[in-house]
Design a protein around this ligand. Structure first.
Ligand code: ATP
Length: 864
């Protein structure tokens, strides 16, 4: 049978077999979210309450034989539906594209080659390799397993690592915690126990974002307000003797025109397109809500290794048992290098240093690979720090492979983040046993493990940590009989090694840029407080005298956290407490993580940030995935989030000011001798021109200058807050006043005043669209779509009085070129006023250029 041959084969399936199985069995996914059919989408648009009102109005006008009004109303319905559906489709396409970019992957062997493929393409009998942090992609039978443990929380709800041997079954959705394994797929897709990974893989689309929900609430309030005010217009009209049915249709048109019904579509599209732009900038948002939340992030809590540092580790200093310090030089992971004594003279490694080097080489799981055709450098498999220790052993004159073969490992206690140490036992080449323990100095050099540590060694450890190095202490014991690993004591200190990992060159700049944007960069590390403080000070986020929060001394609390920005000796689970403490202090927290144990923290943070190079679990738990593992990219994503929020407010300012003006004109007109200021068809025509193209184009405005020089907005602030409502009412009133004045003036001059009101109101709104656009940045491009949209809409507006068939449709009258020029001149006034007010108030929410207003205050406490 094909299945057995294939599963027995270490070169995996052939690509052709895999493809035919994929066709036969279907993709390895839970049922994908159903695609919304076009008809459903259209039906959804047509059942919107406002559209229902319009359709009813169209029915009434056609019964009354008022065909021009029917035509305009139906045109509005069609255009609204087309815009709504097309925005929805574009938004969905953008979100689907993002989903694809962060879809889970699996490591398989096909045609004898190791490949990373989308987990959805895994088929029966595929040979899958598993490493820590992988999410098991399908139900597998293990063919080999080395110290392999999986967390079956997704299966059992209990988060305890379970050891699995070759021959055992592991299930889709469980997470590899340690070790490695290879297995053959037995079941995929719905046939596997896959339903349970649904929540991990998150193929289901999440509900509306908080902003979308708030805006839906706002739309309702606006709808009710517009309804009430239109009822007043209706009453005034009927009281002054106009036909009730005419006034009813006028009132309906007014409600439709005053409510920005395209708001939800504009917001969804702005978020989705923003998400796509972020992805282009190498930060892939996995949920739409991340796009808006990013704009209000106040704390970025970052890992140290690999995120702020380059993750290129190298042993820089070593202190041997006899207390002498040596400096080590070399390049990358190459085992070649030089040693220098305290006086900086090159030396050969003395026996005490060789013993230390052998100890860290044996108590170590990393291996080095020499350069080859593909790779011009030495490369490492395993933990980068342990790889650095192997290179160090080489630089001390040892041959790593020969040593490991001569000193076979017979027992071990793997590295544990709780105890911060690792222990191994080796058979000595000359008989007897050697026990090696390496780890954090305070856990290796303390009783009962080690009885007496020379005080010089402790001060050396502190000195090297304070230079920003990660310090490991090593202790050993020799015995004739195999030692019992449960009761290890009486070890002798064998020395210290200090590992350096250079700070990324851009890291201090990132910290400053975040400070300018009112965002606090916070450093979280498992390293010693002195190392953490040294790195913090290189980053510019820590000064002598500032406190360091220690995870190994009691719990992390909001009080303890205070304004401190450096966290040391933190274990992954404590990141949850840090997030809680920061949130309690009112912060919106973005937290980075890439390890197996980081997933809960990534979920708990307001924005979980995973590195593209991190583990699958971390990626799947995160809201934002950084493709380039570069923290600066978070800054770019925050800028994009802020820009989108600004643009949504721009749209609101423009659309609501127009709606306010329309209602005010209709309310006040009758009192100024303008019985019916605008006919229903005219109101709807203006609605069509203003809400359609210019509204959508506003969403594409570029970022304002200084976007990253102001503090984040408070997440509690209303979307109409910070003066937006006032400015809407002012601009709306001003526009209404200008329209009414123009109409009154025209009527005095015996001109067709209603058409004047129609032209001034339409052009005036377009003027406001231009006024609220983002101030231009030096060298920044313009949003030409907006200019074009405004130009097209303005021409259509003029066509409404110039083109005879449109005149019949809209009930307008001819206006001469001079009259139109006068209308256009008057219509620029409200926009001009908004523009001037905008410039006079300067960049919004600006903060002092130094950013000092938002820097964290001095924190108490000094590290010991
Ligand atoms: P960062 O992200 O800043 O590198 P981390 O949270 O990953 O820190 P851990 O890997 O938990 O840090 O390391 C914490 C401490 O445990 C280290 O400072 C070191 O003293 C010790 N340690 C780390 N790795 C090993 C290892 N392989 N063997 C022995 N001790 C180790």
């Amino acid at each position: 049978m094909v299945a057995t041959t294939a599963s027995a084969n270490v070169s995996g399936l052939t690509g052709r077999d895999a493809a035919s199985r994929l066709r036969a069995d279907g993709p390895n996914t839970v049922a994908p979210p159903p695609r919304r059919h076009l008809v459903t989408r259209i039906a959804h648009q047509l059942t919107d309450p406002l559209v229902v009102l319009l359709i009813a109005a169209a029915a009434v006008t056609s019964v009354l034989g008022d065909y021009p009004d029917t035509a305009v109303i139906l045109l509005v319905v069609v255009v609204n539906t087309v815009i709504g559906v097309s925005q929805e489709v574009r938004a969905d396409a953008a979100v689907t594209a993002l989903d694809r970019m962060t879809a889970p992957t699996a490591r398989v062997v096909r045609d004898g080659r190791h490949l990373v493929i989308p987990a959805a393409d895994v088929v029966r009998d595929d040979l899958v390799h598993l490493e820590p942090g992988d999410v098991v992609p399908a139900d597998l039978r293990l063919r080999e397993a080395h110290r392999f443990q999986v967390d079956e929380a997704a299966l059992t709800g209990e988060s305890v690592p379970v050891a699995q041997e070759a021959g055992a079954d592991v299930y889709a959705g469980t997470v590899v915690v340690t070790g490695r394994a290879a297995g053959t797929v037995v079941r995929t897709g719905p046939a596997s126990a896959l339903g349970r990974i649904a929540q991990l893989v998150a193929t289901t689309r999440p509900g509306p974002t908080p902003l979308q929900r708030r805006l839906a609430g706002l739309s309702r309030t606006l709808g009710i307000t517009a309804l009430v005010l239109s009822a007043v217009v209706f009453a005034i009209g009927v009281a002054s003797g106009r036909a009730a049915i005419d006034m009813a249709i006028t009132a309906v048109s007014l409600v439709v025109a005053a409510v920005p019904e395209s708001l939800p579509a504009v917001v969804t599209l702005a978020l989705a397109l923003g998400a796509r732009r972020m992805a282009g900038a190498r930060a892939i948002p996995r949920r739409l809500h991340a796009v808006e939340t990013l704009g209000s992030v106040t704390v970025v809590a970052s890992d140290k290794t690999g995120t702020l540092t380059e993750g290129r580790m190298a042993v820089q200093q070593a202190v041997a048992a006899h207390g002498v310090t040596y400096r080590v030089r070399g390049s990358g992971y190459s085992p070649a290098g030089e040693l220098f004594d305290a006086a900086d003279h090159p030396v050969a490694a003395p026996p005490a240093l060789r013993d230390l080097a052998r100890a860290v080489l044996l108590c170590n799981d990393a291996t080095l690979t020499p350069p080859d055709g593909e790779n011009p450098q030495w490369t490492a498999v395993g933990d980068p720090m342990e790889a650095a220790l192997v290179a160090f052993a080489g630089r001390c004159g040892l041959d790593p492979e020969a040593e490991r073969a001569a000193w076979t490992r017979v027992a071990e206690v793997p590295f544990d983040q709780d105890t911060r140490r690792m222990t191994t036992v080796h058979r000595r080449p000359d008989g007897g046993y050697l026990l090696v323990c390496k780890g954090a100095p305070e856990s290796v050099l303390a009783a009962p493990l080690v009885e007496r540590t020379p005080s010089g060694m402790l001060s050396n450890a502190y000195r090297m940590a304070a230079a920003g190095l990660r310090v490991l202490a090593v202790a050993t014991a020799e015995s004739d009989a195999a030692p019992d690993l449960r009761t290890v004591n009486d070890l002798r200190p064998a020395g210290l090694v200090a590992v350096g990992d250079p700070l990324r060159a851009q890291a201090p700049g990132i910290a400053t840029a975040f400070d300018d944007a009112g965002i606090h960069l916070v450093l979280i590390t498992g390293d010693h407080p002195a190392t953490a403080a040294a790195i913090g000070s290189q980053l510019g986020i820590w000064r002598g005298g500032d406190g360091v929060v220690r995870g190994d001394e009691g719990g992390v609390t909001a009080y303890g956290v205070g304004d401190r920005r450096v966290f040391a000796r933190i274990q992954p689970e404590q990141k949850l407490d840090i997030i809680a403490a920061l949130q309690e202090r009112g912060h919106v927290v973005a937290m980075t993580g890439d390890g197996v144990n980081d997933a809960p923290a990534l979920r708990r943070a307001d924005i979980g940030v995973a590195m593209g190079g991190g583990t699958e679990v971390a990626r799947q738990a995160a809201d934002l995935v950084l493709v380039d593992d570069n923290l600066a990219t978070v800054g770019a994503a925050v800028a994009e989030g802020r820009r989108i929020y600004d643009n949504i407010r721009r749209f609101l300012r423009y659309a609501l000011a127009g709606g306010t003006a329309e209602i005010l004109v209709m309310l006040a007109g009758p009192f100024l001798g303008l019985a019916v200021p605008l006919l229903p068809a005219q109101i709807l025509w203006i609605n069509l021109l203003t809400h359609g193209l210019p509204g959508v184009a506003l969403g594409a405005e570029p970022a304002e200058p200084g976007t990253m020089r102001r503090p984040p907005r408070s997440p509690q602030e209303s979307v109409l807050g910070a003066g937006l409502l006032r400015s809407v009412l002012l601009a709306g009133s001003l526009l209404a006043a200008v329209v009414l004045a123009a109409a009154v003036g025209a009527s005095a001059l015996d001109l067709p005043w209603q058409s004047v009101a129609f032209v001034v109101l339409g052009l005036g709104q377009l003027g406001i669209a231009l006024a609220v656009r983002a101030p231009r940045r030096a060298g920044g491009g313009r949003n030409h779509a907006l200019t074009a949209a405004v130009a097209v809409s303005a021409l259509m507006q003029l066509a409404g009085v110039l083109v005879p068939p449109l005149r019949d449709l809209l009930g307008t009258e001819y206006l001469s070129a001079n009259d139109l020029a006068a209308c256009a001149a008057v219509a620029t006034l409200p926009g001009l006023a908004v523009w001037l007010a905008e410039r006079a108030s300067g960049p919004r929410n600006s903060i002092p250029a130094t950013g000092s207003a938002t820097r964290m205050g001095p924190a108490g406490g000094v590290i010991e």
